[in-house]
Design a protein. Structure first.
Length: 518
């Protein structure tokens, strides 16, 4: 732990400077205004492999799931856990030297967008705790994707037991419950703790000799297992395994997707290979349907669904549900790309780029100032008048939350000479908040809350608007509502008591962040 803090100090000034332009794109550079991705986790047990380097690249592939902080914890079997975590992007946080320091045989990693607790260094992950239990010490590092809905309750209980915290994230509560548990084996501790956690959690825990991963009984957030390729001279040796939020993390390190971690399952990656036990069987499956539409990378596979293919199918169904007389299909890049291709194919309409997107816009450190601010989104999207002028456009995107960005996009297209702008959105209207690890606006800020589709269209200034139906989403992914969560669209929360859930800053409201760092 002290290593993590010492490491962090030298890098903090430069990374904090960088953070002025990273993640918080809002002051001068309105990024897409969709829901904010939650977090990404990774872990592997792989003696003989460069575990920190593999973790680095896996996190690099998971960067879309969180841009506020990144961290890796590594250990030698039986040795010490070393953690390096910092605010910033994966590429900013780790140097070659860090990866050499994080040598070991097992490692876990995390990229964060804050859903409980603010964007502070203390809340970056992996969380590391070392506690005395039954005369021995248990050291754990933990990486978490999701959100507990009973965090305050558990926090109170631990405080009463004299447990202290250094962060305001619900992830440290889980780490503390596991680290202080009296069971001898960490898997037994997890099996006992897991049913007490309510909400969404896909978690990777590392002790000094194993990586243990587990998922909430509803399987709200994704978690997949992979097998690493064998290195030279390893042909006859034991297979080595890894775990990640998305399969795109496996592709980058040459690992093979094996399967999903099952809801309520605890899986150990160790010298003994892969060992599984069910700690909380029988929960109502409630996988987040928004992962298919928006959060996950299109080259990931989830529950057997190739997301790029499913998103294109959403575009086809969008057209079937709401055809319109038009000349050209364009996407809001990159979020609408796959659905636009599917829609254009189904419509038999040409597709072109209506905008050029500046992909580096979130990484500039210079604020635009008043003069440029009025140009708004042009800093990020620049329309192509020669493509657009005089055309009746079908404009495809994957979601609308507050509507500010979409309104500006419609206006830019009109200014660039579009004859008509018909919006097609490959998700249903977002009307309700998420309590399971996705940071969305409040109901009042959501443009679709309390408005009909015609009223939203009038607000956005488009000629027509159609949202993909919920049935259309499920048809595209070949699944049913019975095994998924779609609460942000339908208001049907799969877990009782979700509406009373603690807010993002609830732990801070209860107890402010420590002002003095150790
Ligand atoms: Fe996903 Fe929406 Fe359910 Fe949250 S409320 S888990 S974003 S489907």
């Amino acid at each position: 732990m002290s290593c993590a803090r010492a490491d962090a100090t030298w890098a903090r000034a430069s990374v904090n400077q960088a953070m002025a332009g990273v993640g918080d794109a809002s002051p001068g550079f309105p990024d897409r205004e969709g829901p904010r991705d939650e977090c990404g986790v990774f872990g592997l047990y792989a003696p003989g492999h460069e575990v920190s380097r593999l973790s680095y690249f896996a996190l690099y592939a998971l960067q879309h799931r969180g841009q506020e902080s990144a961290g890796i914890a590594a250990a030698d079997r039986g040795g010490h856990i070393i953690t390096r975590r910092e605010l910033g992007l994966v590429s900013q946080v780790f140097s070659e030297n860090d990866l050499r320091t994080l040598a070991g045989e097992l490692a876990i990693g995390h990229v964060r967008y804050s859903t409980t607790g603010s964007n502070a260094w203390e809340n970056s992950q992996p969380v590391q705790r070392s506690e005395g239990t039954n005369g021995s010490r248990r050291a754990v590092a933990l990486a978490h994707n999701g959100n507990l809905i009973n965090a305050l309750e558990l926090h109170d209980e631990l405080l009463q037991r004299g447990v202290t915290f250094s962060s305001t994230s619900d992830s440290e509560i889980i780490a503390a419950l596991i680290a202080t548990h009296p069971a001898r084996e960490v898997e037994d501790a997890i099996a006992d703790v897991l049913p007490r956690l309510r909400g969404a959690f896909s978690i990777v825990v590392m002790t000094k000799d194993r990586v243990v991963t587990f998922r909430d009984p509803h399987g709200l957030r994704p978690l997949v297992l992979g097998e690493l390729p064998r290195g030279a001279g390893e042909e006859g040796g034991p297979a080595r395994y890894c775990v990640a939020s998305e399969s795109c993390a496996f592709d980058i390190i040459g690992a093979r997707l094996l399967r999903e971690v099952r809801p309520g399952e605890v899986v150990t990656l160790s010298e003994a290979g892969l060992h599984s036990r069910m700690a909380a069987p029988g929960g109502r499956p409630a996988f987040c349907v928004f992962e298919y539409i928006y959060f996950a990378r299109p080259d990931s596979r989830m529950n057997g669904v190739a997301l790029q293919v499913a998103r294109a199918r959403m575009g086809e169904i969008l057209w079937r549900e709401a055809p319109v007389e038009a000349d050209l299909v364009i996407a809001v890049p990159d979020s609408g790309n796959a659905a636009a291709r599917g829609l254009a194919r189904a419509a038999g309409l040409p597709q072109d780029d209506g905008f050029v997107k500046n992909r580096y816009v979130a990484r500039t450190f210079i604020q635009p100032g008043q003069e440029l601010r009025k140009h708004g989104l042009r800093l990020k999207f620049n329309p192509l008048p020669d493509v657009i002028v005089g055309k009746r456009l079908v404009v495809v995107d994957d979601s609308i939350v507050r509507g500010n960005t979409t309104r500006q996009i419609v206006q830019m297209l009109r200014e660039a000479g579009a004859a008509e702008v018909h919006l097609r959105i490959s998700a249903p209207p977002i009307k309700h908040p998420c309590h399971y690890g996705i940071d969305m606006s409040t109901r009042e800020e959501m443009i679709a809350h309390g408005r009909s589709t015609a009223e939203v269209a009038a607000e956005l200034g488009c000629d027509s608007l159609h949202y993909l139906s919920l049935e259309g989403v499920y048809e595209a992914v070949g699944a049913t509502r019975a095994t998924h969560c779609d609460a942000c669209f339908s208001g049907d929360y799969p877990l009782a008591g979700s509406e009373r859930a603690n807010g993002k800053y609830s732990l801070e409201q209860q107890r402010p962040l420590p002002l003095v760092r150790a």
